[in-house]
Design a binder for this molecule. Sequence first.
Ligand code: PHE
Length: 478
Amino acid sequence: MAEDAVLGYLAQNGDLADSRKFANEHGFEHDEVVNVIKSLNGFQYVVATEYEEKNWVLTDEGKEYAAEGSPEFRLFSAVPTEGVSLKELEAKVGPTVFKNGRTNAMKNKWLVMGKELVTRKVEHVEDRVKDLLTKIQKTESVDQVGIDELKKRKLIAEQKLKGYSVVKGINFAPKRRKAVTSLTRENLQRGDWKDLEFKEYNFAAKGLPSEGGYLHPLLKVRDRLTTIFRMMGFEEMPTNNYVESSFWNFDALFQPQQHPARDSHDTFFLQTPSTTKFLPEDYVERVKQVHEVGGYGSRGYAYDWKREEANKNLLRTHTTAVSSRMLYQLAQKPFAPKKYFSIDRVFRNEAVDRTHLAEFHQIEGLICDSGLTLGDLIGVLKDFFSRLGMSKLRFKPAYNPYTEPSMEIFSYHEGFKKWVEIGNSGMFRPEMLLPMGLPDDVRVIAWGLSLERPTMILYGIDNIRDLFGHKVLSALRS
Ligand code: PHE
């Protein structure tokens, strides 16, 4: 390594007068030695002084003469003692040597160039030009007369060479100490901090580009879903009421009052205000009836329905509460088919783990029209989920108090290589729709799923808690 060689040389000799000579003698490229010297100079291991050296080097023509002899010498050598005709001589040496050698051979009084015949004027000549060129090639010294002559004949040219002369600097050491970037506890304990070389602060260094302004993954997926719903002709339902009465959340949905979901273990009930102020009384009466004794072809649940239960305020446990309000409103006007959707927050009194949170988001879709069938539901679900990139679907019979039939929705996950549950769906029961006042032949197909599930699948997040708080940032960055 050039650095070790330079430092070693300085340690032994005190100074290094000529970087070019040094590179030559030690078998390094001069550039490499220069880089080492500059770097050592920067850390004050050495003090380097630049010098410029002028040097004569051979031109291409000079190199040729150094190798083959000067043209005048070659011309002279081609002339035999008895002489030779001009033509023959030119043919022998070639036109270039003939032309270039002629003048100098005459000037040197080597040859007599007659009209017909060329003859030697002297017996023996020496190729001084070639000798001079060879000396320059070997960087031997040549007197000024010689230099001037070669320069005039453009056989040599001046070359400026830069190099360095080097002496030891204030930080000199025969081996470079690695600059450290931090002072550790161990350095202090061992006491070696005294000998450490610290890396300089680089105040001009650029910092990491600051990142910000990301959309949350849930918002991005929500936007995507909203677009899908709108493209399919759905209108968004108003979901701006986290607080709901048990009536709209459960009773209107034909969910009996003893249902375990209505337990405080599963639902957050409000303390203040603990009850709702307003419910549509005639509709409440019909709901009470259908729970207690049935009607519309149903036998009901045969229990004592209590108004106080229905009045209890809670944090809505599903956005189907919104759907029940909307369908009731729809039933108060002359019937017109509707497609509704919503995406918003719901709350469940649940132990938090890697797949459950106490608050999450639900996506809800419903279509309300006369004569809809389960086939319509399956078709709509296939259309909807294929737009999300999930085209392999399977359905499994399920139970909801408010739908019959009910189907859980599964999608084949190419990454996990298995079927994963992605949602729940069904056809709202007549016990729910008829007390609202919807016409007999109107059917409502509906489905619901969490927003977190498809987001986790799309972002490869396997712990639902990573979707919230600071942890979501790492998911975003990757
Ligand atoms: N509300 C159901 C749930 O919380 C989802 C659902 C919506 C099921 C509409 C059927 C119809 O999971």
